[in-house]
Design a protein around this ligand. Structure first.
Ligand code: ADP
Ligand code: MG
Length: 645
């Protein structure tokens, strides 16, 4: 934008600006997390360098000792986190630090801003790692140079978090990134050797790279901050610096379970999961057999921000003998478990593994199977022993899990057992009814598991087709997620009981049918025969058929799909998705006991008869959440009747 002596000033993407603003104003507790975030980034950069150096050793530039260095300067009021990892080019700095390439960011930001406490949590969920620097700094300088590039290809990025940043080309001898935080006056407390060390041990102990601090070069905690002699401030530059490692610096998952605390598991999750929150559960296991590998997998509590993002970059990280290889490989975890975070470390894969090799390697298939099995065990265990956690899981990831029924034929039964629905048993929106619980409650002689699809919980609960089921005390599952439409086309039965829509085909309650009711219906069918023909003629092409039904109690009419037709809601979904689907004609069923139907039967005025029939048809469509082809016509007919014309 503007240039002076090679320094360019640019504006942050609007979203970044808003995010920074929120960040600065709402993350007031746990300020020290900025350190964890910057160390986490340094660690990722180190992982990337080591991976790339497998194929190109020159990237080490003669220095293969990778470390993260944390230093501070009390006089300059700065805290610096430096790594000799992969580094960034100028273009990478711009895309990674100046913009947020995540879909839905704007909507996300709009949903914030109301309640500050809520904001803090949501921002955490969003995972704005680098920007957390501005919680404690009023100016941030980032110096970086890509590994393998010439020393004059360095970049200096700087911002006061106020909407703009500058970029400048610099010379940087060493590869990697250095983040210099110019601390706010009120955050000077961070310039404290003891405090930094304990913060690192608390949040970053699990980092597998050494985090170094200068030995005894810092200041001692009991000295007076204001009056420092130069001699005490300068020793760093004068002596040959002596570094010492502050963290354990070993890969957490390689350590024995018994030696790892819950806190360490949690902090490691925040690093691999790019999350501020603790996870819901984890599983740490070493699998042995034909292939050997270690998994440390986490079930998050909140949906990762990129759950619905096709280009999401995070997922399970693959390591080969502790060397980071790649993240989020689709071949390692089924798509419907894409919310799982963590690591898998295998000794059976080559180090120079690429995505293509991954696809062909038999070990990968075995690992995927093994990890999927572990996740199932974890979920089954939660379902059995911790209903509350399981409910949290289901409320958060249930819709994704349901894709498993569709995608994972081999595990369909196992997924089916984990499914939870809302049902007429509780009539609440909460999806907490398992198929097993449904089956256990089935009425004697009940043959099928019944369900109804609806656009919303209310639409499903009030669906006219449910009336007879409620009367007879037969439970019906209320399916309101879009994916449910697909789910039921793949899950045909459970425990030998067919899943049956209450809105498809003729109502056949089998032995639950009352003999007297059946006889009554047959009798009515005779009485209504002529009338039905008259209705059918009036509606013409709108319906496939008209018939009398015993499935309605309070409603006069409903529409029924053919046994093998697409359901009405599925048709709607497909049409909204831009697919050409010919509208399937459906059967109009009329309730012979309803006063409106009775009155209609006696109607002699052709025009009134016609209006009323069309209204009954439109009502049937409306009450299941459908849309009228010609709403204005409906209104006109209704008004004619209301005026008694
Ligand atoms: P995340 O770590 O979740 O991707 P961050 O905001 O922490 O998000 O970082 C944004 C991006 O900036 C990183 O994905 C990475 O590409 C880049 N980045 C940040 N810090 C460094 C670093 N020390 N070295 C190299 N790249 C970095
Ligand atoms: Mg990060």
């Amino acid at each position: 934008m503007s240039t002076s002596e090679g320094k360019q000033t640019r504006a942050f993407q609007t979203e970044v600006r808003q995010l920074l603003d929120l960040m600065i104003h709402s993350l007031y507790s746990n300020k020290e997390i900025f350190l964890r975030e910057l160390i986490s980034n340094a660690s990722d950069a180190a992982d990337k360098l080591r991976f790339e150096a497998i194929a190109n050793e020159s990237l080490y530039e003669g220095e293969s000792q990778i470390a993260i260095r944390v230093t501070f300067d009390k006089e300059a009021n700065t805290l610096t986190i430096a790594d000799n990892g992969i580094g960034m080019t100028a273009a990478e700095v711009e895309t990674n630090i100046g913009t947020i390439a995540r879909s839905g960011t704007r909507e996300f930001l709009q949903s914030l801003k109301e309640d500050q406490a809520k904001d803090a949590n949501l921002i955490g969920q969003f995972g704005v790692g680098f920007y957390s620097s501005f919680i404690v700094a009023d100016r941030v300088t980032l110096l970086t140079r890509k590994a393998g590039a010439s020393s004059d290809a360095g970049v200096c990025w700087e911002s006061a978090g106020d909407g703009v940043y500058t970029l400048e080309n610099i010379t940087k001898e060493t590869r990697g990134t250095e983040v210099i935080l110019h601390l706010k006056a009120e955050e000077k407390d961070f310039l404290d050797d003891w405090r930094l060390r304990s913060t690192i041990r608390k949040f970053s102990d699990h980092v597998s790279w050494p985090i170094l601090m200068l030995k005894s070069a810092g200041y001692s905690p009991d000295e007076d901050e204001e009056e420092k002699s130069d001699a005490e401030q300068q020793p760093v530059a004068e002596k040959t610096p002596e570094w010492e490692t502050v963290n354990k610096a070993s890969a957490l998952w390689t350590r024995a379970k018994s030696e790892i605390t819950e806190e360490e598991y949690t902090e490691f999750y925040k690093h691999v999961g790019h999350d501020f929150e603790e996870p819901l559960a984890h599983i740490h296991a070493r699998l042995e057999g034909k292939y050997e590998y270690t998994v440390l997998l986490y079930l998050p509590k909140r949906p990762p921000f990129d759950l619905w993002d096709r280009d999401r970059k995070h997922g399970v990280k693959l390591f080969v003998r502790r060397v980071f290889i790649m993240e989020g490989a689709e071949d390692l975890m089924p798509r419907y478990l894409r919310f799982i975070r963590g690591v898998v470390d295998s000794s059976d894969l080559p180090l120079n593994v690429s995505r293509e090799i991954l696809q062909k390697n038999p070990a990968v298939d075995a690992i995927k199977k093994g990890m999927t099995g572990k996740i199932f065990s974890l979920l089954e265990d939660l379902a059995k022993n911790d209903a509350e956690k399981y409910q949290t899981f289901w409320d958060t990831f249930g819709v994704v899990m349901k894709e498993g029924v569709i995608e994972d034929f081999a595990n369909r039964e196992r997924v089916a057992k984990l499914l939870r629905f809302s049902s007429t048993h509780t009539d609440s929106k909460v999806q907490d009814v398992s198929l097993e619980a449904y089956v256990a409650r089935m009425r004697e002689k009940q043959q099928a598991i019944y369900y109804v699809n609806g656009e919303s919980s209310d639409a499903a609960r009030h669906h006219p087709h449910l009336e007879v089921f409620r009367k007879k005390g037969i439970e019906v599952l209320l399916l309101t997620d879009r994916v449910d439409e697909w789910l039921v086309t793949h899950l045909h039965e459970f425990d030998g009981k067919p899943l049956t829509s209450v809105a498809k085909g003729g109502l056949d309650l089998g032995e639950l049918e009352d003999e007297a009711d059946k006889k009554e219906l047959e009798k009515q069918q005779g009485e209504f025969k002529e009338f039905i023909e008259r209705v059918q003629k009036g509606l013409g092409e709108l319906v496939k058929e008209v018939r009398i039904t015993n499935r309605l109690i309070d409603s006069p009419s409903c529409l029924v799909s053919g046994e093998h037709d697409l359901s009405a809601s599925m048709e709607r979904i497909l049409r909204e998705a831009g697919q050409q689907t010919p509208a399937t004609k459906r059967t109009l069923e009329l309730n012979p006991s309803h006063p409106l139907v009775v009155r209609l039967k006696e109607e002699n005025d052709e025009s009134r008869f016609n209006d009323l029939t069309h209204i009954l048809f439109s009502q049937a469509l409306l009450s299941e959440g459908g849309q009228l082809e010609d709403p204005a016509e409906f209104v006109r007919r209704l008004n004619t009747l209301l005026l008694g014309k």
